[in-house]
Design a protein around this ligand. Structure first.
Ligand code: GLN
Length: 607
């Protein structure tokens, strides 16, 4: 099954590709060669999985996105205090190429504008400019997870035209911010801006920051935890230049853009985002890049200060129905069957506040387990709540698994509005709704029945009337009489067989092939599925006890064949053969006792 997050990104990429505002950077001549149509998105998780969409492998120059990473190297080499004396951490509110220096000290206001970045470049370890360049390449390479190269054409182009940046470097020399040769530092700065990356690289650089400084795939530490916090702080307040305030206000993630069209955004503890699209707005930020982040932040609740963005790991223990079978004591073949097959029923214990990041991980684990799984039970007992975006992802995954014949059911969410509400609000149209059980025992019993039902199907897909549970132990002569009066009815998948609240037509249904869902109408017009029945089972039997109104809706899940007996016929036959009525009522009370036992369990679970 394709992870829902992948479909989401593909969809987002397709939709925002229609956004053609802005223009490619032109003040560096070589950058005008970019095609405005290029557009890639990549998300990398802190455990090393990447979801990419569009032109994810197209290389471009990193430009200003190098700034936080070279700042990181300077912090690592010189310490927070020393670097702090040379470069401030105050948002300038000015454009990226402004000459924002502190009026007294001459220190650039922050390391994200060019002045601060050129100063930072001069600070990294290395006895010569060449050695400093090696240090920069090695440090950035650790964030990307591979060796890096420079686009020589872009480098040359910027070096030939970079008078303004040279002027800034001389100013920094004048104030004693740069100790060495300012023109050498500015060349290193041009080179670092010309490093080639793709948006997958950007996503991993961001994910390394999100992961406390350790690259999610290589496991190499690129930066200490303490310095990661500093880097993310300046990204949050200064990363988007004179758009930084609005960015934090609205989108709320530490981020950095570059005039090559790249943007990175970091969701600490969870994932990194890399986007590439060359058309820039007037502030030098990628137009589609901003649009992607805006949409992601909104859809997934990623704002730093939102509770929805703060979920940790959502998945606790995983175990199977072989470890914890239902309390029912199956006998004979069923027991043997379950002994062999129950491992295919998996319980996943979720916990915490389920948001998009945690959900992505849960669904990924489910996809990994899918090959040996027949049903998933999501035990929600320790879940505090779920965001609508996480709920929507879960529904999509549930439907995707259903197509592969894998059921996803919930347990222990009953009456908990913070879970039920987002789940029902995001339930897709034309879906019968999710199946939810009051406790794990009922859930696993349902899954066991479903598992056994499949085996039953493989032996005898079409069950005869005589094989139906309600008719067990009937004398053969009586069964033959019932066969004569029973009619056969066929239904197509999705067809309603019985409607809740309607007067009963006295029919008792014996399911001979296919599956049906028993649905109870909810107040808001939706339905809650309470059971799913397979061949050999019956429904509508309450008319035998004199019930005149149908209490639930029954809908065919597949093509269905039923044998139908009317209570009139049964009563008529029973006049001559009272043992018919007795056997039927005995079987019925056995079923009812089972249902009552389960109902008692529900009540106990609710108490
Ligand atoms: N190399 C570019 C410059 O210094 C980087 C600017 C940017 O990406 N915002 O002008």
């Amino acid at each position: 099954m394709q992870p829902p997050i992948q479909a989401y990104l593909d969809n987002l990429q397709r939709r925002l590709a229609g956004l053609n505002d802005g223009a490619v950077a032109s003040y560096i001549p070589e950058l005008t060669r970019a095609d405005p149509a290029w557009f890639g998105i990549c998300m990398a998780t802190t455990d090393g999985v990447a979801y990419a969409s569009g032109d994810a492998d197209r290389q471009f120059t990193i430009q200003s996105i190098s700034k936080p990473f070279v700042y990181a190297a300077a912090l690592a080499d010189r310490g927070v205090e020393f670097v702090g004396r040379k470069v401030g951490v105050e948002p300038s509110g000015d454009a990226f190429n402004s000459i924002s220096l502190h009026p007294q000290t001459g220190a650039p206001l922050n390391p994200m504008i060019n002045a601060g970045a050129i100063a930072t470049t001069s600070l990294v370890n290395g006895a010569t400019p060449e050695a400093q360049w090696e240090r920069i390449l090695q440090s950035m390479g650790a964030f990307v997870g591979r060796d890096l190269t420079v686009d020589e054409d872009v480098y040359r182009s910027e070096s030939e035209t970079g008078c303004r940046n040279r002027a800034i470097a001389w100013m920094l020399k004048n104030f004693g911010i740069i100790d060495g040769e300012p023109m050498a530092s500015v060349e290193n700065y041009f080179r670092q801006c010309s490093i080639l990356v793709d948006c997958r690289d950007l996503a991993f650089m961001a994910a390394t920051l999100a992961n406390g400084g350790v690259h999610p795939r290589t496991g190499q530490r690129a930066l200490s935890e303490e310095h990661v916090e500093r880097v993310l702080s300046v990204m949050a307040t200064c990363g988007m230049y004179d758009f930084a305030g609005s960015w934090l206000y609205e989108i709320g993630m530490p981020a950095k853009s570059g005039v090559g069209g790249g943007i990175i955004a970091v969701l600490p503890g969870r994932f990194g985002i890399g986007i590439f699209s060359p058309n820039l707005d007037l502030k030098g930020n990628s137009v589609r890049g901003i649009a992607v982040c805006r949409q992601l932040s909104k859809d997934f609740g990623l704002h730093l200060f939102s509770r929805k963005g703060s979920s940790g790991m959502a998945l606790g223990r995983i175990y199977t129905a072989a470890d914890a079978p239902s309390k029912r004591q199956p006998v004979g073949e069923m027991r043997e069957f379950l002994n062999r097959q129950a491992y295919r029923i998996k319980y996943l214990c979720l916990h915490g506040y389920l948001a998009m990041g945690g959900m992505e991980y849960v669904i990924r684990r489910m996809i990994e387990l899918a090959g040996e799984t027949h049903s998933f039970i999501l035990d929600m007992h320790q879940v505090d709540g779920i965001t609508e975006s996480a709920a929507a992802q879960l529904h999509e995954a549930r439907l995707g698994f259903a197509e592969e014949g894998i059921a996803v059911v919930f347990s222990r969410i009953h009456g908990r509005k913070s879970i039920e509400r987002p789940l029902s609000r995001t339930n897709p149209k034309n879906d019968h709704g999710y199946l939810s059980f009051e406790d794990n025992d009922i859930a696993v019993e349902w899954c066991e029945n479903r598992l056994a039902g499949e085996a039953l199907d493989s032996f005898a897909t079409d069950v005869a009337l005589a094989d139906c549970l309600l008719l067990r132990d009937l004398p053969a002569a009586l069964l033959a009489r019932l066969e004569e009066v029973a009619t056969t009815r066929k239904y197509f998948a999705g067809q309603k067989i019985i409607t809740a609240g309607q007067a009963s037509d006295e029919s008792v249904f014996f399911l001979c092939s296919g599956h049906v869902s028993i649905l109870v109408p909810l107040e808001d017009g939706a339905h809650q599925r309470i059971a799913s029945l397979g061949p050999g089972m019956n429904f509508g039997e309450m008319v035998l006890l004199g019930q005149t109104t149908r209490s639930a809706t029954v809908s065919a899940d597949s093509e269905v064949v039923c044998r139908v007996l009317s209570s009139h016929d049964i009563n008529r036959l029973a006049v001559d053969a009272p043992e018919l009525k007795i056997a039927l009522l005995e079987n019925l009370s056995r079923d009812m006792a089972g249902k009552l036992r389960r109902a008692t369990q529900w009540i106990a679970a609710l108490a």
